[in-house]
Each structure stands twice: as C-alpha cells, then as structure tokens.
Ligand binder design. Structure first.
Ligand code: DGT
Ligand code: CA
Ligand code: CA
Length: 570
C-alpha cells in the first residue's frame, strides 16, 4: 500500500467524521495526518514490514495514528473507518466532492430527503425538491447538477489523445516558466497506452514551491486537490487528475523509471535488483545505504544489467527477456511513415476535396496517399455506387495532374456486408488501385458470421487491406467477436495487409493484436482515416500503438517508398 493510498483513507475518515458532526479539532487532526503521510519520503508499508518498527519516531505521527497506519497497511483499512463507513450510504462521500455541498448539507439531504445514491440526488435536484429544504438556495440545485456531471467524468479513463494533449501543455508551461530544471510526463501516458486513468508528471527542482504554484495557476487546472512537500495533485477542467512530483536531479531517472511503470514491468525490474543485492525505488538504486544509480533511466537499467527499454514496451510482455538478449526491436517512428492509405473527401463524408487532401498530405511530408471514400451501403455518408465511384476516380486522376510531388491512389473503403458479400462487385473493385475492406454494420453478429465475412474479404482477389478490423470505439463500442488466430492465419496466407487505424478513438488493431499479426509476418499499414485536412494529425497515435506492439519500420508497409509499396498491391 502506497503512502498516497493511506493518506486517502485518513481523508475519507475525516470526511465521515465531519458528516457525523464530530469535533472539528478531531477532523483537522486526521486531515493533517493524511498530509503528513503523503509527504513522507519513506514508504510506511516498508517501515511497517520491519520487525522492530516504531512509526511514532516520525515527526507528526503519534501513538493513535501509528496504530491505525499499521492496521491499514496490513488490512487495507482500520476499524474506526469501517465503523464510520457503515453509518452512511456509499455514495455520500462522492456527494461531498460536489462543489457547494459540505458535510452539513449532505447530512441534511440524507436525513430529510432520504437520498442515498447519486441518482437520487440528481432526481431530487431535477424535481426541485432540494430548494424547498431549509438552508438550500435555488442556485444549489443547478450547482449540484453541474457537479454531478463533473463527477461522472472523474475516475473515467480518457483517450490518450486527450491525456497527452493536456500533459504536453502543462509540461511545456512548467519548462518555459523556469520553475523547474526539466519536466516530463510519466505513467501510462508516457507508455502511450490507449487510455489514461490519470497523469503523472515529474520535474526536477531544488525547491518545489514555485513549480507547484505555477501548476496551480495553469489555465487547464480546475482545482488543487492535495499539496505536500514534493507532490501535488490537481484536477483538470476536463475531470482528469494529474500528479506532479518534484524530485532532485540525482533521483530523476529512478523516479521516471518508477512512475512510468507499468507496475508489472517494475515488479520484474525490482526482482532483478534484489537478485543482485540491490534495492530499487523512486529515489535510486541502492547497495546498502549507498546510492549507485538514479540520475538517468539508463543508469537504473544498467544497474540491473539491461539496456534502456522504450516506455511503450514496459508492460512485462516479454520486453525484459528481449532486452536481456540484446534483441529489443528498433521501434518505428512517426517520421518513417511515407504514405497514408485511408481517407475521405467531399464525395462521401469528408470535409475537404481530393485536391485539398492531397495538398495537406504533401504539406505534412507524405509521399503518397490513397483516396478511399465509402461504398454505397454507408448511405448516411453518401457512399458511392459503381458509376459514382468511377467518376470519382476520374476526378482523382485529374488532381494527379494538378498536384506534383505526391502520388495519389484511386481507392475505395468497401463495406463487407452482413451476408459476407462485398458491397461493390468484383469488376469495379478490380479497377481500383487499392481496396480497403471493412466491417461497419452488423458488428454484433455471432462470431461465426463475423468470421465468414472477414474470410470472404481476405479471399477476395482485389482486397489489399482490412481496415479497422474489429470496429471497436474505445470506451463506447466493443469490437466484433473475431476468432483472431484464424483471421490472422488467413490474412497471412492470402497476403492481405491489416490496418492500425490511428484515430485515437479506434486504435484498431490494438497493440496485442498488431503484435500477433507481426508474429505471423503480416504487413501492417498505419492510416489516419482522415475526414478533413487536420485528420492527418492523428498519425502519431497509430505509430504509438505500433510501437507498443513492438513493430519496426520493416513491419509497416507504408514506410516503403511508393514504388515498393505499389508492388504489394493486388
Ligand atoms: P493509469 O493512470 O491507470 O492510466 O496507469 P499508470 O500506469 O499511469 O498508473 P498510476 O498512475 O497508478 O501509477 C503510475 C506508475 O507508478 C505506475 O505505472 C507504476 C508506478 N506505481 C504506482 N503504484 C505502484 C505500486 O504500488 N508499486 C509499484 N512498483 N509501482 C507503482
Ligand atoms: Ca497514471
Ligand atoms: Ca498517478
């Protein structure tokens, strides 16, 4: 159990005491305890693990607190907290987080309106039953409804694009402010996981005050949730929470390594340290009391006889073995991508013309693109039938003469229909330079039917790529139920490429399946699926997912020069 988790228990206990109208001196004592615990450099759990530990030797920890801490480390809670919890409905603590709802008001809502869940609270506010209570204003109902909305977004994982955009802005501001020597994001965001639960930012500074003040003032920061000597937790206006940890230069590499995680990766690294008679933590690598590494991650990995491991691979999925054998892949980089094979124009649901898309792609350094508008089944996107598609290709051919320095392929994103036939006939598909086949409808069909559809597309002599194979939308729509082994085997047998769709909501294939595709020698393409000229900007997210899959430049077909890429098309 981490100190931060222990601190949360004491905060919770203080909240519950307040709800019970306990003596304010007692409440404050537990809030102070939470802060003390949070700010401690050594892990309480480690201290408690020592046979002759005495927590009261730590300044600010008395006998009562020491006992509760030891119990909490061992059991995850302490009896007084359990007792207090049992007196209130579980949602009550969440109600306290709503701005404007202090313990007195929440207690009144529970007692007088028998509110026990957030749903009850919402219903009461909407029915204007709250304004009728003594001490409540009409305005409070509105505040409550807004607060409930915010609560819904808190604690939810967000797409990497949202997390990383916020983290980058904050890190850049800290660096530019001169309050830190350097700052970087760690955690899942640095590992480029497809979603982030919260943000973890590390900074070097001798004095944390200025950096923390700066963060508190940042326009993206909505509220400071907690502040200690070296750590500050804030809530961003989008509901995402961010931890800033200020460390010394000599610990920076160790802290980066520790807080980048993943936890699973770190467990193995820590074990390697133990095997070498070393101890590793967020402050450094130690032999006895002596620090032998900590300033850089290179040093930390070297101390356990490993080369530096790219953060995207740190999931304990075999990267440590590869590192040990000197076989870590040289991961693909955004700059390796030369072409983009999936995009839309005004012919269907895109916002830009063929020419605008071609020029925007060229401006971003791409050497070739495929225009792949929808086929007719996607009627709400004005999908193309054969005659319109042939006209569209003529228009593309015309743009080829107008925009130099970029090759443009006449493509189509063709639906694989629910009955496992293709939305367009073979004769028109045979005229395409490039065909992406996709599932859009009937994603919930039984596995056998989904499989039949995918296999039919793979076996179609004109299909080059299966686009966003599962059809999932991260956090909102599960993907189709695919028998992956069979699917990958067929793609390999028929030489069909598989897409990593770079749209941060899709990232489809995901890291695990892209790694499995690589293992079968399948070529991957990373596409943006752009619907406007700014759509190209999501490319890095596709590359991040490819890196998490361990893909190199050689594994990704659209890193090839145009002529070589064209050789791969049917
Ligand atoms: P998230 O926030 O859920 O997207 O995922 P992470 O990986 O960012 O996790 P987070 O924010 O809880 O912690 C950041 C890193 O700190 C995590 O990847 C590894 C490290 N860490 C956190 N808790 C522990 C722990 O109990 N033991 C160890 N060894 N490392 C931990
Ligand atoms: Ca995190
Ligand atoms: Ca965190």
């Amino acid at each position: 159990m981490q100190n931060a988790t222990l601190a949360q228990l004491f905060e919770e206990y203080a909240d519950l005491l307040e709800l019970q109208s306990a003596n304010s001196f007692r409440v404050r004592a537990y809030r102070n305890a939470a802060r003390t615990v949070e700010a401690l450099p050594q892990a309480i759990a480690d201290l408690v693990a020592q046979p002759d530990h005495d927590l009261t030797r730590i300044e600010g920890i008395g006998k009562d607190l020491a006992e509760k801490l030891a119990t909490a480390v061992q059991t995850g809670s302490f009896p007084q907290l359990d007792e207090a919890r049992s007196q209130f409905p579980p949602d009550v603590l969440k109600m306290l987080k709503i701005p404007g709802l202090g313990p007195k008001k929440v207690a009144a809502l529970v007692d007088q309106l028998q509110i026990s869940t957030l749903a009850d609270l919402k219903a009461a506010a909407e029915a204007h039953r709250i304004a009728e209570l003594k001490g409540f204003a009409k305005k409070t109902e509105q505040t409550i409804l807004e607060g409930l909305q915010l609560l819904e977004s808190v604690g939810k994982r967000v797409w990497l694009s949202i997390a990383k955009t916020a983290a980058d802005a904050i890190v850049e501001d800290l660096r530019a402010s001169g309050t830190v020597q350097t700052a970087e994001v760690a955690g899942s965001c640095r590992r480029r996981r497809e979603t982030c639960g919260d943000l973890d930012v590390l900074a070097i500074a001798d004095d944390s005050t200025a950096a923390m003040d700066r963060l508190a003032q940042h326009p993206l920061v909505d509220k400071v949730l907690a502040r200690g000597e070296t750590k500050q937790r804030v809530r961003l206006e989008n509901g995402l929470e961010l931890d800033l940890r200020v460390v010394r230069a000599e610990s920076y590499g160790a802290a980066m390594q520790y807080f980048t995680g993943s936890k699973e990766h770190n467990i193995v690294i820590r074990k390697r340290a133990q095997e070498r008679g070393l101890k590793i933590n967020e402050y450094g690598v130690f032999r006895g009391e002596t620090s032998i590494a900590g300033a850089t991650e290179d040093e930390v990995y070297a101390a356990v006889d490993l080369p530096w491991i790219p953060p995207e691979l740190r999931e304990n999925r075999g990267e440590i073995e590869l590192a040990e054998q000197g076989r870590l892949p040289t991961l693909i980089e955004v700059g390796d991508i030369q072409g983009d094979l999936h995009m839309h124009t005004t012919a269907t649901d895109g916002a830009a013309t063929i020419r605008e898309m071609a020029e925007a792609a060229k401006a971003r350094g791409l050497k070739y693109i495929a225009i792949t508008d929808h086929s007719k089944r996607v009627s709400m996107a004005n999908g193309l039938d054969a005659p319109r598609l042939r006209e569209h290709w003529k228009a593309i051919d015309k743009v080829r003469g107008q925009v130099s320095g970029i090759e443009i392929l006449c493509g189509i994103e063709c639906d694989i229909l629910e009955d496992a036939t293709m939305d367009l006939d073979d004769d028109v598909l045979s005229e395409a330079d490039l065909v992406i086949a996709v599932l859009h409808y009937g994603l919930k069909q039984p596995r056998d039917q989904i499989q039949k559809r995918l296999l039919a597309a793979i076996q179609n002599p004109h299909v080059d790529i299966i686009g966003h194979p599962t059809g999932r939308l991260i956090g909102s729509r599960p993907g189709a139920d695919i028998h992956f082994e069979e699917f990958l085997k067929a793609a390999a047998d028929y030489g069909v490429m598989l897409e990593i769709n770079a749209n941060p909501q899709r990232l489809d294939l995901d890291d695990i399946h892209a790694a499995a595709a690589k293992a079968r020698g399948i070529s991957i393409v990373i596409d943006t699926d752009s619907h406007n000229v700014n759509g190209f900007d999501v490319l890095p997210y596709g590359v991040f997912q490819a890196r998490r899959a361990g893909l190199t430049k050689a594994d990704v077909a659209n890193t090839l020069p145009f002529e070589e890429f064209r050789q791969k098309l049917k």
